[in-house]
Design a protein around this ligand. Structure first.
Ligand code: 13P
Ligand code: SF4
Length: 320
């Protein structure tokens, strides 16, 4: 009898679909995907693919990024409830009111945002290209940064650039405990502490390496002088880290209290069964109004151009 993985492989071929998965998905979903990556790589693969169908095993904003960049493709998302707390923390009307207060500023928005918010954004960033993008903004321009205050604060300090920050946060990353991380590090003094910049600054102060999921994975894979790593990001990344370094001891940075809150509840809504069903039904799909796609695209294409090392132009003022 055909099991769920065989069913996915068959349907994928029938639909000529490309399956993309984020590092935070469960291991079996990562293993069935054509590509596993961080949010930047997923957007790039989605855009460059020649397949008419993209199945995004990730969260809604990741599917929306592909749809905005490639509106002619059908973008399947196994569960449309796979949201993100940063999207919830940045409702369009409030973000617009904030943006209107600083019409001469450059509005920089983390890709973890809605398509509507992207439509009033000058340039998006991901955690892997944010330093390069901020570095490309003329020094005489004010910067608005949202919706992740921790990533914004980290960038502002590291790049010595003043930024007006939106007060959103990731509900998973803010729960890592600095006190318990300190205790764990004391028990494993040789361990390297790796942290995603969405963590609170009290946690980041103990980090040896701060970066995107891909950056943290690369550290584990390539730093052969270290055999112990404490990882302050979502637990799904351990799947690729352990594959890359079966010899290494990987420790989850502790969360506050005894909760298992280092799992993203939105990423974990996806299952192999839902992936198979989405390919079967060609539903659910990411649907966005053409006018919204048009308005939101500039923020992503500007980001991708700077990432490729190209020069871009900046609007002088916010035009609604
Ligand atoms: P990456 O950009 O590292 O993929 O992170 C995305 C994300 O949602 C982190 O919580
Ligand atoms: Fe959003 Fe946080 Fe989940 Fe990433 S881990 S998708 S930022 S809620």
């Amino acid at each position: 009898m055909e099991d769920v993985k065989d069913r996915i492989r068959r349907l994928k071929k029938e639909r000529n679909a490309l399956i993309l998965a984020h590092y935070y998905e469960d291991g079996p979903i990562q293993d069935i995907a054509d590509h596993v990556g961080d949010s930047l790589a997923l957007a790039q693969w989605g855009e460059q693919a020649t397949n008419p169908v993209i199945l995004m095993a990730g969260v809604v904003f990741m599917g929306e990024s592909v749809k905005i960049l490639s509106p002619d493709k059908a973008v399947l998302l196994p569960d449309l409830d796979a949201g993100c707390s940063l999207v919830q923390h940045s409702p369009y009307e409030k973000y617009l009111a904030w943006r209107r207060q600083y019409p001469d500023a450059i509005c920089v928005t983390y890709v973890n945002s809605s398509a509507e918010v992207k439509s009033i954004t000058d340039v998006c960033v991901t955690s892997s290209n944010s330093e390069k993008i901020i570095g490309a903004i003329p020094k005489n321009r004010r910067i608005l940064f949202g919706p992740d205050r921790n990533l914004g604060r980290y960038l502002s300090k590291k790049l010595d650039r003043e930024m007006i920050l939106w007060p959103g946060a990731c509900e998973v990353h803010i729960l890592f405990s600095a006190r318990r991380l300190f205790e764990l590090k004391s028990q494993h003094p040789k361990a390297l502490v790796l942290a995603h910049p969405e963590c609170d600054e009290t946690v980041l102060q103990y980090a040896d390496v701060i970066g995107s999921t891909k950056r943290l994975l690369d550290e584990v894979a390539n730093n052969r002088e270290v055999n112990e790593f404490i990882v302050a990001t979502e637990h799904g990344i351990f799947h690729q880290m352990q594959k890359a370094r079966p010899d290494a001891l990987l420790l989850q940075a502790p969360a506050q209290g005894a909760c298992a809150c280092n799992e993203c509840p939105y990423m974990k809504l996806n299952t192999l069964e839902k992936v198979a069903q989405a390919l079967q039904d060609m539903q659910p799909q990411v649907e966005l109004a053409p006018a919204l796609i048009e308005k939101a695209r500039a923020s992503l294409t500007r980001m991708l151009a700077i990432t490729r090392g190209e020069q871009v132009t900046w609007p002088q003022a916010f035009a609604e």
